[in-house]
Design a protein around this ligand. Structure first.
Ligand code: LMR
Length: 395
């Protein structure tokens, strides 16, 4: 008998999760997983749990009294504290916040809201995180792309030219720090220029804040949000605690909408809540409980900031070592790797060279040739450099 599913098409594997699953089957002794963006302590391990997270989980186990539903918009303490973390202590009534299923949930919910009520199109950086186009295509927004990479640097003049020509009320997706995949961010002056231009042209800033604390520091990484707030923008911020607290699988994210005044506060909350209710009803408790307990307790907060600082500094140091070896042993053009921040950098490799890295050297990076620096260690650095050198030599 013919099945309902006989004609079902097949989507390609996810460029990051698919590759990660492929790597799990890899057995060669010299291997390196530089694919998905997770921060690990040793090669071939899963990300460890921050000690302060373990501590508050013990509290939760002892003190939690119910597993009842959270409100549709999420846990109020979590939203309040996450808002203070992102916007500073003076979070105002002009900001509406909702707990979401990770940063992806926030992006998707904002995308659906934008498409339904506010605008027709969203402009993504080219290149950008592999999942952005999938998320926003599903929401029905038309996708556009602004140039973000010229092979060595961020071509700011071309970006400005591009934004001068997009339609007013286009949403512009921005990475406030640790741009994924280039690792290169705008300078303070460039952010200021963009802020002025967006106000002049009536463009909608939409920040995807997924690597808070992994760039230059918790306060430093908020710079563009602070600048855009000061300038009086209405804007969107999608936030993820996956990396900054190492709670990847708890799906603790938030969406904030900044409005010019409080008039539409109830209606914005109402629309976003309706989207959440129809998709997953209300968000999960555990991740938000962890976050609220850390951000809401001075000692826990300090411990978290300290741990995150050590992770950031360790990552930046590995980036420096790797970048210097690339420059010294492979090509001077890789100087930009040293200048980058966060987990990622782009190598200038073709898809064929990327496949050679995988087939001949068991070094796994996505076809975009993005490399996750958090997967590099003294134990595998020589092997990775040797592999990159070899595929460069025989282009
Ligand atoms: C990445 O870019 O590797 C991370 O953001 C993980 C993911 O969900 O793709």
């Amino acid at each position: 008998m013919k099945s309902l599913f006989d004609e079902l098409s097949q989507n390609p594997p996810d460029p990051l999760f698919g590759l990660n699953a492929e790597y799990a089957k890899e057995t060669r002794p010299f291997r390196a997983n530089l694919s998905i963006g997770v921060d690990i302590d040793r090669p071939n391990t899963a990300p460890s749990i921050f000690p302060v997270v373990k501590k508050v989980e013990k509290e939760i186990l002892e003190e939690e009294k119910t597993k009842t539903f959270l409100p549709i918009a999420g846990m109020p303490e979590f939203i309040d504290l996450a808002g203070k973390l992102i916007f500073g202590p003076q979070v105002s009534d002009r900001i509406v916040g909702l707990q979401t299923l990770g940063g992806t949930g926030a992006l998707s919910m904002a995308g659906e809201f934008l498409a339904g009520e506010i605008t027709r199109s969203i402009c993504l950086s080219s290149p950008t995180w592999a999942n952005h186009s999938g998320i926003f295509t599903k929401t029905g927004l038309e996708l556009e792309a602004y140039p973000y990479w010229d092979g060595q640097r961020v071509p700011f003049d071309r970006i400005v030219d591009y934004f001068r020509s997009v339609k007013p009320k286009t949403a512009i997706l921005l990475h406030p720090c640790c741009h994924n995949p280039t690792g290169l961010d705008f300078t303070r002056e460039e952010w200021k220029a963009l802020s002025d231009l967006f106000l002049k042209r009536n463009l909608i800033p939409f920040f995807d804040f997924a690597y808070h604390g992994y760039g230059n520091g918790l306060n430093e990484d908020r710079l563009p949000i602070d600048l855009f707030m000061e300038a009086g923008h209405e804007m969107f911020v999608a936030y993820s605690f996956a990396k900054s607290m190492g709670i990847y699988g708890e799906r603790a994210g938030a969406l904030f909408v900044v409005m010019q005044n409080t008039r539409a506060r109830e209606r914005v909350t109402n629309h976003l809540s309706a989207i959440a209710r129809a998709v997953y009803s209300n968000p999960p408790r555990h991740g938000s409980e962890i976050v609220a307990r850390i951000l809401g307790n001075a000692a826990h907060l300090k411990e978290w900031e300290e741990h995150l600082r050590r992770r950031r500094e360790g990552l930046n140091e590995r980036r420096r070592l790797f970048g210097e070896r690339l420059v010294g042993e492979v090509s001077e053009k890789y100087e930009y790797v040293i200048r980058g921040r966060g987990m990622f950098s782009l190598l200038d490799l073709s898809p064929e060279q990327v496949m050679r890295l995988q087939n001949e050297f068991a070094v796994y990076i996505p076809r975009s040739s993005r490399i996750n620096i958090a997967g590099l260690f003294p134990e595998n650095m020589d092997h990775v450099i040797k592999a990159i050198k070899a595929v460069h030599e025989k282009k």
